[in-house]
Design a protein around this ligand. Structure first.
Ligand code: MIC
Ligand code: SF4
Length: 658
């Protein structure tokens, strides 16, 4: 059969199962990446598995999220990660060296390789032809120890690109187009594979913008083939040896094909507060903006920033706009500094931030209450900026720079008319300026044996889950609606520094739903836990969308939550729930969602038996006196993990068997 590129790479890495959509498969992982906000837990769990040295071809630990250093927690994490990585045989990219996905694309990602990362935007590396998947830290820790990664063999969506982007229309507009058609819901179990002559015309950084934001569709990953563009990029990064051409077979069969004519696209924006709330920029043009930020792992490459510098050269930003740039990597920042473009950006009035996630994850630059903020990021969930009622629009760098000059949302195609600016075509540099001196090499096995791992006092080893009872007696602690993101469940922003301390971080579970002068979710949950009653979360469609943060399972688990009953649950979050022994249950009749009320006492008899071999459980609502059915969408492995009290225990018991 003619194969898609995704299936070729999966088949080449298959260790368990068979390649057919819907089947559970285990694949060998070549590379892993962790970042600091998920990485401390990943490394603590890796250490507690007793795995010693990593068994992958390459593992890299990045520090990019928690770098502002308000209080001792951030640097304590960095020191721990640096020493733990060195001992475990892992490369370590230090704070300031850049955002994990950007740096990985530049320095490490390889066409045809598998990459598992503890961050949902790991598919950025799909821009170079790597099969790259985001997962929870514990799954990554297991892969670091040489274990396979298990996933449902996906369906493949072919995205056929034709034509060529017009001037001022960007790669970001391609993914906006797709988000406007497919939305952020209902794409679980799919991957997006891009092909066609339009795809061949896109550079690797452009492709990476598209695969990065595929995360917002909720697909398992997104990928482009590896071709002449890929070779050129790798050669310019002095890594041509990593190049190999990769493509789907001609006439490969896709489960669905969508065609996008690049030539017909217009500048677009994701309006507040969801990445799929897409409109054309022309439709929203004229809205006053008070903040513009260019950065994040989606749109902060050297080429993006060069375009911005060329537009700004000799000009001044609008006096009512606060403008910042956060280059994605130190490589990009350094090159802008060397060629003078940074000076053009600074002279125009930009504030230059560190190379890191920064405002994308609410680390500073929260807008004022009424201010419209334009960002080249990938997520605009309400409150993620740090301002609870924020109005964040996601745009391309082209739209951002046009708007920073006018102070209003501006279609960049107006720039020639408004300011006489011609579209600056940015050629990919023939050679990037390479400087890896902020990437620490791991210690040799001999040196590592003697090396100490420094774990400071703000790092607390997370508690392991306990076994599930056969008769689950619980109470509904919260009833939420559709599209609850992991940002709702576990806020980042000013709480991000608590990632290495679950008892502290757990205090802010569902923080955005807590009401003044009323007990918080955490207080109510702990009260129940003391009485031996399980906490239950009830939710609508697409529960747990967004990030890979396993704290959205780990912290509720710590508070005594044992089940989530929702209309649907997103892939990474669902896996995290199982890994931390919380049972994911899907309403068989979506109408039952309406009947279950906050505070209802629920009972499931024979839960363990059901997990062992059934696809359904019967849930008795003791308060409202009715029963309803819940679906258990579990693979055999999921069942074994739940019955072993979570992935860590399961991995340990498998190791003991061996
Ligand atoms: C995000 O963009 O939400 C993050 C912060 O990068 C997360 C990871 C995390 O919460 O640490 C992600 O995308 O997985
Ligand atoms: Fe960092 Fe934002 Fe990218 Fe997440 S989406 S990795 S917070 S830059």
């Amino acid at each position: 059969m003619k194969q898609t590129l995704v299936y070729k790479i999966l088949a080449g890495h298959l260790v368990e199962g068979k390649i057919a959509s819907g089947e559970e498969i285990g694949i060998r992982i070549d590379q892993t990446l962790t970042q600091d906000a998920t990485g401390t837990t990943a490394f603590l769990l890796f250490e507690s598995m007793g795995a010693g040295r990593v068994k992958t071809a390459l593992s890299v630990s990045y520090v990019d999220h928690n770098i502002a250093g308000f209080g001792p927690e951030n640097q304590t994490d960095h020191i721990y990660l640096q020493t733990a990585a060195a001992k475990a045989g892992v490369y370590h990219s230090r704070a300031g060296n850049g955002i994990c996905h950007q740096v990985h694309l530049e320095r490490f990602a390889k066409p045809g390789a598998t990459l598992l990362g503890s961050d949902s935007h790991t598919p950025t590396a799909g821009g170079i032809g790597a099969l790259s998947i985001g997962a929870g830290g514990l799954d990554v820790a297991v892969a670091m120890g040489g274990g396979p990664f298990y996933l449902t063999c996906p369906k493949v969506l072919g995205v056929k690109l034709t034509g060529k982007l017009a001037d001022w229309v960007a790669a970001k507009d391609v993914i906006f187009k797709l988000l406007s058609e497919l939305s952020t819901k209902g794409n679980v179990g799919w991957v997006a594979e891009y092909f066609g002559e339009g795809a061949s015309g896109l550079t690797v950084p452009q492709r990476a913008t598209i695969t990065n934001m595929g995360a917002e569709l909720g697909v398992t990953t997104s990928i482009f083939g590896s071709d002449e563009q890929t070779r050129k990029f790798l050669a310019a990064q002095k890594r041509e040896k990593d190049y190999q051409p990769m493509a789907a077979d001609e006439d490969a069969e896709y489960d669905r094909v969508i065609e996008i004519n690049l030539g017909k696209l217009k500048p677009m924006a994701a309006c507040p507060s969801s990445p799929d709330n897409v409109k054309t920029v022309a439709e929203i043009a004229g809205i006053q903006t008070g903040q513009v930020i260019i950065g994040s792992c989606t749109n902060s490459s050297f080429s993006d920033l060069m375009m911005v510098a060329k537009v700004l050269k000799g000009r001044r930003i609008n006096n009512m706009v606060e403008f910042s740039i956060a280059p994605g990597s130190r490589e990009a920042l350094n090159m802008l500094a060397e060629n003078g473009a940074l000076s053009d950006i600074i002279s125009a009035g930009a504030r230059v931030l560190e190379s890191g996630c920064g405002p994308c994850i609410g680390q500073g630059l929260s807008p004022a209450e009424e201010v419209v903020s334009l960002r080249t990021f990938n997520r605009n969930f309400l409150g993620r900026s740090g301002t609870p009622s924020d109005q964040v629009y996601l745009v391309s760098p082209e739209t951002a720079v046009a708007s920073v000059l006018t102070g209003r949302i501006t279609d960049p195609r107006e720039l020639p008319k408004l300011f006489g600016i011609e579209y600056p075509k940015i050629e990919m540099p023939g050679e990037f300026v390479i400087n890896d001196n902020m990437i620490e090499k791991p210690l040799s096995e001999k040196e590592a044996a003697k090396a100490e791992v420094i774990r400071g006092p703000t790092i607390v080893v997370p508690e392991a889950p306990t076994r599930l009872p056969d008769k689950l007696q619980g109470q509904v602690l919260i009833k939420c609606g559709d599209k609850i993101t992991t940002d709702h469940i576990m806020p980042a922003g000013r709480f991000l520094k608590l990632r290495s301390n679950v008892p502290e971080y757990a205090k802010v579970v569902f923080h955005c739903f807590n009401e003044k002068d009323k007990p918080t979710f955490a207080e109510r949950a702990l009260e129940l836990k003391k009485k031996g009653t399980a906490g239950v979360i009830v939710a609508g469609e697409s529960y747990g969308q967004g990030s890979s943060r396993e704290h959205a399972a780990l912290c509720p688990m710590y508070l005594g939550v044992r089940a989530v009953i929702a209309k649907s649950i997103e892939r990474i979050h669902r896996a995290n729930l199982i890994n931390f022994c919380i049972v994911p249950i899907v309403f068989v009749q979506p109408g039952d969602y309406e009947r279950v009320k906050l505070g209802d006492r629920l009972q499931i008899d024979g839960l363990l038996k059901a997990i062992e071999g059934s696809d359904e459980v019967v849930i008795a609502d003791k308060t409202s006196s009715f029963e309803f059915s819940g679906r258990l969408e579990l693979s055999d492995r999921d069942r074994r993990i739940l019955l072993s009290a979570g992935l860590l225990n399961y991995t340990r018991s498998k190791a003991n068997e061996r």
